[in-house]
Design a protein around this ligand. Sequence first.
Ligand SMILES: Cc1cc2nc3c(=O)[nH]c(=O)nc-3n(C[C@H](O)[C@H](O)[C@H](O)COP(=O)(O)OP(=O)(O)OC[C@H]3O[C@@H](n4cnc5c(N)ncnc54)[C@H](O)[C@@H]3O)c2cc1C
Length: 496
Amino acid sequence: MTSLWLDDAPAIASDPLPAESRYDDVVVGGGLTGLTTALLLARSGRSVAVLEARTVGAVTTGNTTAKLSLLQGTKVSAIRRHHTHRVAQAYVDGNLEGQQWLLRYCEEHGVPVQRHTAVTYANTAGGVPTVKAELEALRDAGLEAQWHDGFDELPYDTHGGVSLADQAQFDPMDVLAALAADLRAHGGLIHEGVRVTGVSTGSPCTVTTDVGTVTAQNVVLATGMPILDRSLYFAKLAPMRSYCVAFEGVSAMPQAMYLSADQPSRSLRTAPRSDGRTLLIVGGSGHGVGRARSPQKHVDQLRQWTAKHFPEARETHWWSAQDYSPADQIPFVGPMPRGGGHVYVATGFDKWGMTNAVAAAIRLSAEMLGGHVSWAGPMRHRVTDPLAALKGVQLNAEVGALMTSGHVGAQLRPAPAAPPEGQGTVGRAEGLRPTAVSTVNGVTCAVSAVCSHLGGIVSWNDAEKSWDCPLHGSRFTPDGAVLEGPATTPLKPRDD
Ligand SMILES: Cc1cc2nc3c(=O)[nH]c(=O)nc-3n(C[C@H](O)[C@H](O)[C@H](O)COP(=O)(O)OP(=O)(O)OC[C@H]3O[C@@H](n4cnc5c(N)ncnc54)[C@H](O)[C@@H]3O)c2cc1C
């Protein structure tokens, strides 16, 4: 579904891709990471092109909640469980620089920003120690976090929480539109509808796309999950999907930006619109991509919860998106191993990319231009602790089990000729081939159920009407076109 932000997004210009084009730097991906990195490079006099498979903001950035906050749920205490104080401090310093850069940028470019207090609260008594640990971790990192026993403006009870004053929120498409216009003003180009399918490293690198070949000295993969498998990032990141619903008509609107630390996970923020309305966005109900029996039920959970606590709320939009959680909590940013020193990645923002994407862009552009940022070192040289290593092993054990159960499950029943409207089913077709059949808007499509990334069996997303791979988070339309994730080629047609 279309997010509140994408529904009335400002127009963003796209440039046709000339044949045989050559740039200093190619940035793959037109989200916040890609556009900020491209702008910083273009400002330094480099010739830069952004290659975007869909449209600017189409994937996670245009479907985010867009809180620009250093209080990120229980992130800093989670980092402290795996890493030294030095690494946690570096994470906070990098996020602070990303936040301050974006706030300055918005002010200079007339992008509306609302300043609010951020809150992480405990739903249950059992959640209190986790939230208190975050309070301590934030204070250790030099942030002036406060404890509260309750929050009067919420229409439900909590077990207390931590707050951090003077954080921010915005409309992410306003930010992307400003970055895109600025990039083009600095000579950068944005090519939408160009999907990168491979990169050969060298001097220059050759970037293969579905519409031609481009060469560049450096290539930045700002694609969410990196699209090249040579560094196995897909084995270190868990793709996590979650949901947002926007409502109008709420009379007593909570002003702070709230997030619960324990279940049920709920995120709240206001969203002022240009027509004078202020909407309430309720988020949460997340799960691993492709692993929920019915994603639609997760959207309904948010609706029911809102009806209970804000009975006058009237729904205007709902949407969903995914982001990638690293086993050891720290994003992967920098030169890609086996990338010849010319291919860079930025991923693993764990649903906190508004600050992390900008921090990554600052760090990548500095490294590519021969500079240095002080907080990058401790994160780059972090040691994987046994707990994170175990989480990584568990992640891959789950992937292995899902690979087997998916293929076995696909053989247990024949693929239907035509499922009911809005539904999709995986089954065996002629020659025992796993086949994914769906009916959407009266059109029945049959495609291979085998994910074109690494061969997982896709599962039906009854909310978004898509085929989602539970292994590494690739998603496809009913007729098999790539929507997002590490896959670069469609699901095979079934008349092959
Ligand atoms: C529900 C939800 C709520 C969130 N809320 C917050 C929040 O409140 N605060 C916060 O800080 N963070 C939040 N996040 C996280 C944040 O939105 C993301 O971390 C951030 O938007 C990631 O930006 P990105 O540019 O790296 O990725 P994206 O915005 O996904 O951009 C990647 C781009 O790469 C393109 N691409 C992919 N493959 C190819 C290819 N082969 N060729 C060409 N282009 C390609 C895609 O089409 C896409 O446009 C949230 C995330 C989710 C899922």
